[in-house]
Design a binder for this molecule. Structure first.
Ligand code: SF4
Length: 126
């Protein structure tokens, strides 16, 4: 059982209740497919330009998170034929934020949660 946390983007907070992310987590599918079992360790919302994200991640770690997933909408967008990597998602510097979180917490950080773009294998910082 891996305790997994989510960091979502404020630009999507009023449209998405994370239904797909929690379903993927519970079913260990999509960005959570590497786990035998996963349970939620918490959720936080990143605020532009992301200066809060390391502090949020440290709190998630203190609450028991063993891995932090960054929502797919930060780097991908829903198009006519499903979710696509191009032209990108809400955040133009998500890799930099993930790197900072990984360096600050030492936790595995996963770029992706639900509805992964076709052919995309989740990038993991560990
Ligand atoms: S810094 Fe990136 S992930 Fe964070 S709120 Fe802004 S666009 Fe979203």
């Amino acid at each position: 059982m891996t305790k997994t946390a989510l960091i979502r983007c404020e630009k999507n907070q009023d449209r998405c209740p994370l239904t797909g992310c929690f379903t993927a987590m519970a079913d260990t599918k999509e960005g959570f497919a590497m786990y035998d079992q996963a349970r939620p360790a918490g959720v936080f919302t990143c605020r532009c330009p992301g200066d809060n994200v390391v502090d949020l991640a440290k709190i998630l770690k203190s609450k028991g998170a063993e891995a932090i997933h960054f929502c797919t909408c930060t780097f991908a967008k829903k198009g006519g034929s499903g979710w696509e990597l191009a032209p990108g998602g809400f955040c133009d510097h998500i890799d930099n934020l993930i790197e900072k979180v990984h360096q600050a917490t030492g936790l595995a950080c996963v770029k992706g949660s639900a509805h992964l773009p076709e052919g995309y294998t989740p990038q993991i910082w560990r």
